[in-house]
Each structure stands twice: as structure tokens, then as C-alpha cells.
Write a protein that binds this ligand. Structure first.
Ligand code: RB5
Length: 146
């Protein structure tokens, strides 16, 4: 599985920790995030990661900013993206099982490294349930894209 990752200037260190963790697990990671010492606008990074996901080049995306909120607002504007901003494990699991989320967002000023890595593992390791009622609701979300 290929995973796209992006971050703004609030999260270069946490991004590196997540990237190293994913690579240790054997995933290929495409990193479009900003490096330590650089500054960038989170909507630009959200757009880059989401383009990799919607094109099929990467199967999942991870976006990290200060809170995870700005990244999720931007990502959810993009057709085909269901971005989950999570700081708890239950939400991370259900974002995949029920919502088939394809992008995980979290905040470097909200969660520590240990929690972040667990959120990432739960998100990646949990499949969509495939349940008809969940798919119906996802289809209704997609219909809202216009
Ligand atoms: C940048 O300072 C900060 O606003 C950003 O990282 C993020 O938290 C926005 O939602």
C-alpha cells in the first residue's frame, strides 16, 4: 500500500516520526509535507495529498497540522475525499469501518507521538465494513459533492 503524507509548519517533527513508522511497517510513503524551518499553508498540502489519493497513486493519505482541523476542512472540499480528523482511537476505527475514510488528519499540538502512531495504525489496519447501510450513507455523502 502507498500512503501520501503532508504537513504544515506546525508538524514537521511529528510527520517524520509517522513517516519512519510507516516505512518500518513496509509501506511506501510519498511525503509532500513541509520540512523543519519552512512555512507553508495547510490547504496547499491538503490539496497535494488528496490529489495523490483521488488519482489512485496512493491508497490513503495522512495530513498533520497544528490541530488537524484546517487540513480536514480543506481535504473535505475535494471530490472523492472523506477526511477524518481524529484524536481518539474509537473515531479512527469507525472512520474506516463505517465511513470508509481515505484521509486521516490529526494535530501535532493535540496528540503526542505515541497516540499519533496508534491512530495511524488503527486507521490503516481497519477495513471498511462493506455493510450496505454504511455504503448507502457514504453514497449520500458523495451525492452532496454535486
Ligand atoms: C498554523 O499555525 C495552524 O493554524 C495550522 O497548523 C492548523 O492548526 C490549522 O488548522
Amino acid at each position: 500500500m502507498k500512503i501520501a503524507i503532508g504537513n504544515d509548519h506546525a508538524a514537521p517533527e511529528l510527520k517524520l516520526a509517522v513517516k519512519a513508522h510507516l516505512e518500518d511497517r513496509g509501506f511506501e510513503v510519498t511525503d509532500v509535507g513541509c520540512a523543519a524551518g519552512e512555512r507553508c499553508d495547510y490547504p496547499d498540502k491538503a490539496a497535494e495529498v488528496c490529489a495523490l489519493v483521488t488519482s489512485g497513486e496512493c491508497q490513503l493519505g495522512i495530513l498533520i497540522c497544528g490541530t488537524g482541523l484546517g487540513m480536514s476542512y480543506a481535504a473535505n472540499k475535494i471530490k472523492g475525499i472523506r477526511a477524518a480528523c481524529c484524536s481518539d482511537y474509537f473515531s479512527a476505527r469507525l472512520s474506516r469501518e463505517h465511513n470508509d475514510a481515505n484521509v486521516l488528519c490529526f494535530g501535532a499540538r493535540v496528540v503526542g507521538e505515541g497516540t499519533a502512531l496508534d491512530l495511524v495504525d488503527i486507521f490503516i489496519d481497519t477495513p471498511f465494513s462493506g455493510d450496505e447501510r454504511h455504503q448507502r450513507r457514504i453514497d449520500k455523502i458523495t451525492a452532496l459533492e454535486g
